[in-house]
Ligand binder design. Structure first.
Ligand code: SF4
Length: 691
């Protein structure tokens, strides 16, 4: 009878997949998730969601969830109590610090956990261990974009909001498969194109859905985007399309930058990028004559050996055309994971305190030391190692202990064989996760964490929007929220911080970091949200740079650049280039989305995209099994013949297999930010007999 049924509960939560930050109500009865109901009040998405946010929640009740701490003994995991596991982790981390020094430890925070949890991760690394070697997966995705923005305009986040993207006269998508990776933003662009006549320019080696819809589509050769972007900037100056009034009033180093553009003629750009000059002119005229331009970019730009420079070139182009500080303008690095923006904002960065203050800045150090009640000397003035360099340091026997929280580093770092060997060398390895992930399988201790729906906290989406999420369910078994685990761990290392609710952690951070001065749980209650910077009185900043840039003189900077070819190029043996990326339905190594039968029914295995001309030349049809081999390893996959890829390029989705596409990727990284060059991989292709 109906009266016997436990009552229906509706709880506001925020999606834990991509950086759009969709919020919605989750309807539950006991532990059953009945449905996801978007609402008009949701600030980023309104009534929209995508297939992942709507249907990919089966992982929450999966029987694969970890429900008790695990300790490795004689090569096998055994169950342990929280007290035993945390006491062991605390003792071993301190032993490694005391024996080898703070530089021998590294911490990888989660881009899917909350802001408060990111804050505690870096607090343990900086305050208790004394190292700045704390990072998050933005090192693998948008850190190069952050660098490009710091060099030019000053804040490491999107210039405006999704509304600005909707309002722009022209939207330029560069290296961003928006329809699959940020579906709700793609829907807004499609609607603006249809209803408002917004012009869409897509510049991407892969002809994806948004490229098909574009008013103008340009296909550059892989890793050449800096060249067309700089050539467009030069064209603006040469053809009176630069915004000279804006440049004079708000931008430094204009002359030096203009002089640096000398090599970037249209002829040079055509030679390097393969884009015809006439098409480059078309793009330049569209962008240069538009009243407002939003430029969005993603991994197609950043996962290269010079992603920071290319991101800088894109921001330069926006400055030259005066496209900052007005509604419908600005640079938008699209954030991949749901809280990769927040993990960076709240300090899981090797070079920054929460709120983007340099660890080498003595004044910032003094304020953080005061806030934490320690002597300034407790906090290191030396920048730490990022994810990529931590793994390299472990391989070189320099890093002895690591803590990885909710990240699948054994799958998502480049050259996974190297990563696995590095993990095996660690003296002590602790992993905090919901699952016995590929990474957790290397651990000495595994601490079972909760998903967002079993805890409370805040996330920051790609717009810089801070939103609260509420507990929908109780923690499963003995799993615990990451903030609880980190608080208990700190206590066992002699630092009893006493947090009993994540709001206390946010209040502490807001009291020290000027960027979040006015952030509080009260101001974020329900569907309310705040876009940083947030002043002490609670005034937030949906659109950046309307008056000043956050620099000493309030002005932006044009940053001169040189183009350098990719780190890895084809040769007689490895004659093709390999691109890789995501699919709409799946997420990373499918630890979460793979638990949903409905999602698996859509796409459940890897494949490799081959162009029709290449397929004809090699005798390949859709379904033919092929072997793709890089200088590291091989993968065997069925082919999908499609015009999405150019004739000299292949594409693999990243989600499948034990090692994934990173079995093939190499050790090259951006020298500025150490982001691996995931998209610069030379390969050969062989046809196999089996079908
Ligand atoms: Fe929204 Fe992204 Fe979640 Fe889809 S994956 S529901 S677009 S936040």
């Amino acid at each position: 009878a109906a009266w016997r049924q436990p009552s229906l509960k509706r709880t506001k939560t925020v999606c834990t997949y991509c950086g759009v930050g969709c919020s919605f109500e989750m309807w539950t009865r006991d532990r059953d998730i009945l449905k996801v109901q978007p609402t008009e009040q949701a600030p980023a998405n309104g009534i929209s969601t995508c297939v992942k946010g709507k249907f990919a929640w089966d992982f929450v009740n999966s029987d694969q969830r970890l429900t008790t701490p695990l300790i490795r003994e004689n090569g096998r995991f055994r169950e342990a109590s929280w007290d035993e596991a945390l006491t062991l982790v605390a003792r071993r981390l301190l032993e490694v610090r005391d024996t080898h020094g703070p530089r021998a430890l590294g911490f990888i925070g989660s881009s899917k956990a909350s802001n408060e949890e990111a804050y505690l991760t870096q607090k343990i690394a900086r305050l208790i261990i004394g190292t700045n070697s704390v990072d998050n997966s933005s090192r693998y995705c948008q850190n190069p974009a952050t660098k490009g923005l710091f060099r030019t305009v000053g804040y490491g986040g999107d210039a405006g909001t999704i509304k600005d993207i909707e309002q722009a006269e022209v939207v330029v998508l560069v290296g961003s498969n928006t329809a699959e990776n940020h579906p709700v933003i793609a829907s807004r662009i499609k609607a603006a194109q249809k209803l408002r006549g917004q012009k869409l320019v897509v510049i991407d080696p892969r002809r994806h859905e948004m490229a098909e819809r574009a008013n103008l589509y340009l296909r550059p050769n892989l890793s050449t985007d800096l060249v067309w972007a700089s050539a467009l900037s030069r064209y603006m100056f040469d053809h009176d399309l630069a915004d000279s009034e804006f440049l004079a009033r708000r931008v430094n180093d204009v002359d030096a930058y203009r002089a640096s553009l000398e090599p970037f003629t249209l002829a040079f750009a055509e030679e390097v990028t393969g884009i015809l000059q006439a098409r480059l002119i078309e793009a330049a005229e569209l962008i240069g004559r538009a009243k407002s331009v939003c430029l969005l970019w993603a991994m197609g730009i950043t996962q290269h050996s010079h992603g920071a420079d290319t991101s800088t070139a894109l921001s330069n182009l926006l400055l030259v055309t005066g496209n900052y500080g007005r509604p419908g303008t600005g640079g938008y690095p699209m954030r991949g994971h749901n809280n990769v923006q927040g993990a960076s904002d709240f300090g899981c960065l090797r070079e920054m305190y929460p709120g983007y203050e340099s660890v080498t800045d003595e004044k910032a150090r003094a304020r953080w030391a005061r806030g934490w009640g320690v002597a300034p000397e407790t906090l290191s003035l030396e920048e730490g190692l990022g994810n990529f360099l931590m793994v390299q340091a472990a391989a070189d026997d320099e890093l002895k202990a690591m803590m990885v929280i909710g990240e699948e580093t054994a799958f998502s770092d480049s050259n996974t064989h190297n990563v696995h060997q590095a993990f095996e060398k660690l003296e002590f390895f602790v992993v905090q996760d919901m699952f016995l992930s590929r990474t957790a399988q290397f651990a000495d201790v595994v601490l079972p964490a909760c998903p967002s729906v079993e805890k409370e906290g805040t996330f920051v989406n790609t717009e810089r929007r801070i939103q609260r999420f509420y507990p929908v369910l109780e923690p499963l078994g003995d799993s615990r929220p990451d903030w609880w685990i980190l608080t208990e761990l700190a206590a066992r290392m002699g630092h009893d911080w006493g947090y009993t609710h994540p709001s206390q952690i946010m209040a502490e951070c807001a009291s020290i970091a000027p960027l979040f001065a006015g952030v509080s749980y009260e101001r974020l209650e329900g569907w309310q949200s705040l876009l940083w910077p947030v002043a002490e009185d609670g005034t937030d900043t949906p659109l950046l740079y309307t008056h000043d840039f956050p620099t000493e003189d309030g002005r932006a900077t044009l940053f001169p650049l040189e183009w350098q070819p990719p780190a890895e190029a084809p040769d007689a043996t490895y004659d093709l280039m390999l691109n890789n990326g995501r699919l709409l339905e799946q997420f990373q190594g499918i630890n979460q989305t793979g638990c949903s039968p409905g999602i698996r029914a859509q796409v459940d295995q890897g494949f490799i995209e081959v162009s029709p001309a290449l397929a004809r030349a090699r005798g390949i049809e859709t379904g033919t099994w092929v072997r793709v081999t890089s200088r590291r390893d091989s993968l065997e996959l069925p082919a999908l013949v499609t015009e999405r890829v150019a004739d000299d390029t292949l594409f693999i989705p990243i989600h499948f297999g034990k090692f994934g596409v990173n079995a093939l990727t190499g050790e090259h990284a951006d020298p500025v930010v150490q982001t691996p060059a995931y998209k610069e991989v030379a390969v050969k292709l062989e046809v196999l007999d089996r079908r």
